[in-house]
Design a protein around this ligand. Structure first.
Ligand SMILES: *Cc1c(COP(=O)(O)O)cnc(C)c1O
Length: 360
């Protein structure tokens, strides 16, 4: 194995090395069939097998009930910001959104094009440093669904448990899907772009309860209807073949590792190490309130922007890459998704301690 750096990028992000190696071989010669994976027709027996296996592994890893469809769509998670309200809201209908960061803010803007959107909670004034507790908002009885972002990639906050409100839940899980167990049966729709915890950019996985497929208004374009893709097993048009294939490999890797329960335990341990490093000195300040802390993205500040720049540069020189925070809040961010190795976390923690000693 060649020297690999530790990649803390928020997305696209680190993938298991074994997956990269397998993909590199299959791109050139898929299963020794003398044809490259990305040359295969999406209607071929070979590729249909790839897509079916990816779907089956997603279902197995997340324990998706049989009355849900798993779709492979394009347009990124951002396209779900409009597809969700376009498919679930008709004229005059209402929905409730929790505003916990940039991604929910954008989703709210899109949803307002299609319905009356209630936002009973926003942490915008506090730079999105927390998510709400259950008793901080209510969902009106005439609300079609409650929308929330389970992990706020930029701010490093995460719902520690899912809302208990008596409402149909819709969640953007782009940056924490498959990082912890989820009772899918409580959700109407779960969606996630692949490029954080599942594979390369290009595919968005949508898990949708079957009865919701028939809610779309008559005048919705074919490609924007969930039902179109559900009826054709995501093969209505050419799907993002390579991304789907990689998601399948990542799902297989996850399953062999022990599945979501096993990775959840590892993720808890990894995140605890970084938060300990933050809390053990006044030099570092976590962005998120403690009760809202994310296990996937850890956003933190140093005493000055100059020290933050030096921290990022010095870390980079040691092979700890991608620690720059998002431009909207600055500072530093360590994204430690499923595939981020534990040794990389140990290296970061040692670097943080040493840097605080030398510059504190
Ligand atoms: C990255 C991200 C998005 C945007 O995903 P695209 O695939 O780039 O559209 C949306 N929501 C969350 C939570 C994200 O982390």
């Amino acid at each position: 194995m060649p020297e690999r750096i530790y990649n803390f990028s928020p997305g696209p992000s680190v993938l298991p090395y074994s997956v990269l190696q397998q993909a590199a071989r299959d791109i050139v010669n898929f299963n020794n069939k003398g044809i490259g994976l990305i040359e295969l027709s999406h209607r071929s027996k070979e590729f249909m097998g790839v897509a079916q296996e990816a779907e089956a592994l997603i279902r197995e890893n997340l324990k998706v009930p049989s009355n849900y469809k798993v779709l492979f769509l394009q347009g990124g998670a951002s396209s779900q910001f409009f597809m969700v309200p376009m498919n679930l809201l008709q004229n005059g209908m209402k929905a409730t959104y929790l505003n916990t960061g940039t991604w929910s803010d954008k989703a709210i803007k899109e949803a307002r094009l299609f319905g009356e959107i209630d936002v009973p909670f926003s942490s915008k004034e506090e730079k999105f440093n927390r998510v709400p507790k259950d008793d901080e908002y209510t969902v009106g009885p005439d609300s079609e669904y409650l929308y929330f972002v389970s992990n706020n990639t930029i701010y490093g906050t995460q719902f520690q448990s899912f809302p208990t409100a008596d409402a149909l839940l819709v969640s953007d899980m782009s940056s924490d899907i498959f990082s912890r167990s989820v009772d899918v049966s409580r959700f109407g729709i779960i969606f996630a772009g692949a490029q954080k915890n599942m594979g390369p950019a290009g595919v968005t996985v949508v898990i949708i309860r079957e009865d919701l497929l028939d809610r779309a208004p008559e005048n919705l374009p074919t490609m924007l209807r969930y039902k179109t893709h559900a009826d054709k097993d995501s093969m209505f048009n050419t799907p993002p073949c390579f991304s789907i294939y990689c998601v399948g490999l990542v799902m297989k890797w996850l399953k062999e590792l022990g599945g979501v329960e096993a990775i959840e335990k590892i993720n808890n341990e990894k995140a605890a190490l970084v938060y300990e490093a933050i809390d053990s000195t006044d030099f570092y300040r976590g962005h998120a309130e403690i009760a809202s802390r994310s296990k996937m993205n850890i956003s933190f500040n140093l005493p000055t922007p100059e020290l933050e720049a030096k921290f990022i540069a010095d870390a980079g020189a040691q092979g700890l890459d991608g620690l720059k925070g998002h431009r909207s809040i600055g500072g530093c961010r360590a994204s430690i998704y499923n595939a981020f190795p534990r040794e990389g976390v140990d290296r970061l923690v040692a670097f943080m301690q040493e840097f605080a000693r030398a510059n504190g």
